[in-house]
Design a protein around this ligand. Structure first.
Ligand code: F6P
Length: 358
């Protein structure tokens, strides 16, 4: 079947043939794909190249940087800055946006990325990824910091790569969400998962449940109801998964369904943990394009007007009906009409009731 495979470039030429700047966007994807292949090769070397452990530097979020955070950031910058396609770039690893060097032509797109998401997992050989978002700046003056602050609904493209047993790139240019697997022998991304659809219903949720006591009541209610399973108000059992690598958790949800959340809490994640512009927004666009929903719990994520480049946001995304339910619980809580969860373990027939123990 080698002769009939759809390569990334063939797919992009086909998808973008009627869009005015389609060729430039397709060319940008080819540069991003080259960067992803390079990162995939570096990540696959593991400890062999001495890239594990931590550096003495911190990024703009105050997080300790890993050698691969810095290296993968440079790989993204230097695969994408030279070709006259990008007007500027911003990343989790840089406080200020990156200006295109004077020797290169400036293009029209703003590229925002997290070069190595989930990098705390890299020392343990757990899947990590690269997430990216493309905004339109138009041809003209160099972008100011304010030009980056566009809501996620204005993204012209978004995607991520997951470096697992296989390297898979998932992308959207606003016409569905599609997955490509890297064929390492040939060096091409091949379309393997066209038109991904997130099932509307699910019995899986992904959340860092160790923070449960710090969440707002609507999130506590949702997760407690799921955990109560068949005997609770949901009347069925749920399963929980948490890889602590957003790309890996979202990838599973795109393939199998589920709901992923990193909600706000009253401890260290007061505005959530994930970054709006280069983590939440691209994932939200991919999920919406696959028929799912992405929310802050109180509104559509893609409508959020960014106030700053590195701001955080609460995230709930995945199977449509579960995201709607979580939004409903937030509305009820805000209106004071919510129904707090009562554990079935403490209902009338519970073994834990004093009269049952007597
Ligand atoms: O910074 C992002 C991230 O590493 C995500 O990839 C992941 O979903 C989350 O943080 C993990 O958070 P925690 O350490 O609380 O499990």
């Amino acid at each position: 079947m080698l002769t009939r495979r759809t390569t990334l470039s063939k797919f992009l030429i086909e998808q973008l043939k009627n869009s005015p700047d389609g060729q430039a966007l397709a060319a940008l994807f080819i540069d991003i794909a080259a960067a992803i292949k390079a990162i995939s090769a570096v990540a696959a070397k593991g400890a062999l190249e001495g890239n594990t452990g931590s550096l003495s530097t911190t990024n703009v979020q105050g997080e300790v940087q890993k050698p691969l955070d810095v290296l993968t950031n440079d790989i993204m910058l230097h695969h994408c800055d030279w070709g006259g396609l990008v007007a500027g770039m911003a990343s989790e690893e840089m406080e200020q946006p990156y200006d295109i060097p004077a020797e290169y032509v400036r293009g029209r797109y703003l590229l925002l990325f997290d070069p190595l998401d989930g990098s705390s997992n890299i020392d343990f050989n757990v899947a990590v990824g690269t997430i990216f978002s493309v905004l339109d700046h138009g041809q003209g003056a160099a972008p100011t910091a304010a030009d980056y602050l566009q809501p996620g609904k204005r993204q012209v493209a978004a995607g991520y790569a997951i470096y697992g047993p296989a390297t898979v790139m998932v992308l959207t240019v606003g016409q569905g969400t599609h997955g490509f697997t890297l064929d390492r022998e040939i060096g091409n991304f091949i379309l393997t998962h066209p038109n991904l659809r997130v099932p509307e219903d699910t019995d899986q949720f992904a959340i860092n449940a160790s923070n449960e006591r710090f969440w707002e009541p609507p999130m506590q209610r949702y997760v407690q109801e799921c955990k109560a399973g068949k005997t609770g108000p949901r009347g069925r059992d749920f399963n929980m998964r948490w890889i602590a690598s957003m790309v890996a958790d979202v990838h599973r949800i795109l393939m199998r369904g589920g709901v992923f959340s990193y909600p706000r809490d009253n401890q260290s994640n007061k505005n959530g943990r994930l970054r709006l512009m280069y983590e939440a927004n691209p994932m939200a666009l991919l999920i919406e394009q696959a028929g799912g929903l992405a929310s802050t719990g109180r509104g559509r994520l893609l409508d959020e007007q960014p106030q700053s480049l590195h701001q955080r946001v609460p995230v709930v995304l995945g199977s449509r009906r579960e995201v709607e339910r979580i939004e409903q619980y937030h509305r009820e809580f805000d209106a004071g009409t919510d129904k707090p969860f009562v554990s079935p373990l403490f209902n009338e027939r519970s073994l834990f009731r004093p009269e049952a123990r007597a």
